[in-house]
Design a protein around this ligand. Structure first.
Ligand code: KIV
Ligand code: ZN
Length: 392
């Protein structure tokens, strides 16, 4: 395995579905799982088998119908969860990963679990050994890791690796961490966990303070080799790390990330985003990075002019690399003469300089009356001097 390879763990079907209003049927989840495999994600978290018969069936069906990605199922560190996860994941054979979660922070130990440190360590150890006998691979997540005492987190990590966990996930469950701080936490584990070479460190960030992507990237710089998140960033509360942003940041700035690579087929990103938006009922904001409708649309006259001269002036990646067909130059009141002329020419109208001088003020005046001037409006405006519908 390439030391710089970053595994992409998609939890759209588990944490993403925890986003209120995003519940999906089994058929919808299976469709998404097929697309995620096509996209090239390394691990698909298909659900939380113990929580409902529907989740159990979805995980089991996805385990059976996929062939390339590893399939994870979530379980708390209790026998009935582990047993349900193992049964649901069985059709995936060696690709099955039981994903165990147990809270480790003082707040969760006191108020949620009512357990001391030693009791938490004992629960984690026995759950990992039980799961290791039942699935090809075990991942342990220390819930609320970013608010856990770093030395205790190191002790938990060492204990679960000893018990057989091959992936240890360090979630910023409540989206509280800041990038430098989170990166330091990962470095602390890399330096202080004696058996760390036997496991992959993973990160899982929430976006409560808008830091999920930045935190995930800081963790990768510090040594994490698996990143968890969802497409479009959907998830519990403010959502999870938007995987499409992390994937493209790693691709465009690979050298900055110590030559990190992923195995993602990036031209499939937009299509995947659209399928997930449709199936989950969670629309993508126009200005969302990578997959929003405006991500490659240039509005201002200065930018449109620069882009028409050379695309590197205002674009750091090519639209086709993430699935868009081309850069867009929507005509608005901000557009300049150069963009208007080019659009007219593409529509088969070749104005003389004299015609353009007369038309441009008319265009600007019309722009004040509507949000966009589409092709039909532009043609009408050029020939008749007025727009069809001023509120469009
Ligand atoms: O946010 C979280 O801590 C989780 C765990 C189950 C990994 O979703
Ligand atoms: Zn989460």
């Amino acid at each position: 395995m390439n030391q710089n390879h970053i595994d992409i763990f998609d939890t759209t079907l588990r944490d993403g579905e925890q986003c209120p209003g995003a519940s999906m049927t089994m058929e919808q989840k299976v469709r998404i799982a097929h697309q995620l495999e096509h996209l090239g994600v390394n691990i698909i978290e298909a659900g939380f088998p113990v929580i409902s018969p529907g989740d159990f069936n979805s995980v089991e069906t996805i385990a059976r119908e996929t062939s390339a990605s590893r399939i994870a199922g979530l379980a708390r560190c209790v026998t009935k969860d582990i047993d349900a996860a193992a049964r649901a994941l069985a059709p995936a054979g060696e690709r099955a990963r039981i994903h165990l979660v147990l809270a480790t922070s003082p707040i969760h130990r006191q108020y949620k679990l009512n357990k001391n440190r030693n009791e938490v360590l004992a629960m984690a150890r026995s759950a990992v050994s039980m799961a290791s006998d039942l699935a090809g691979e075990v991942q342990f997540s220390a819930e609320d890791a970013s608010r856990t005492e770093p030395d205790f987190l190191a002790e938990v990590t060492e204990t679960v690796i000893d018990a057989g966990a091959r992936i240890v996930n360090i979630p910023d469950t409540v989206g509280y961490a800041m990038p430098d701080e989170y990166g330091h936490l990962i470095s602390h584990l890399v330096r202080n966990v004696s058996n760390i070479d036997r496991a992959v460190l993973s990160v899982h960030c929430h976006d409560d303070l808008g830091m999920a992507v930045a935190n995930s990237l800081a963790a990768i710089r510090a040594g994490a080799r698996q990143v968890e998140g969802t497409i479009n960033g959907i998830g519990e509360r403010a959502g999870n790390t938007a995987l499409e942003e992390v994937i493209m940041a790693l691709r465009m700035r690979s050298a900055f990330f110590n030559n990190a690579v992923t195995s993602i087929n990036t031209p499939e990103l937009l299509h995947t985003s659209k399928i997930i938006a449709r199936e989950s009922g969670m629309p993508v904001p126009r200005s969302k990075a990578i997959v929003g409708a405006n991500a490659f649309a240039h509005g201002s006259g200065i930018h449109q002019d620069g882009m028409l001269k050379n695309k590197t002036t205002y674009e750091v990646m090519r639209p086709e690399d993430v699935g868009w067909s081309e850069t867009e130059y929507p005509l608005t009141k901000h557009s300049g003469r150069h963009a208007v002329r080019i659009k007219l020419e593409r529509l088969g109208i070749s104005p003389t300089d004299h015609e353009m001088n007369a038309f441009f003020p008319i265009f600007k005046k019309a722009g004040d009356q509507c949000k966009f001037i589409d092709d039909q409006e532009l043609i009408h405006l050029f020939h008749h001097g007025v727009i069809i519908s001023p509120v469009s």
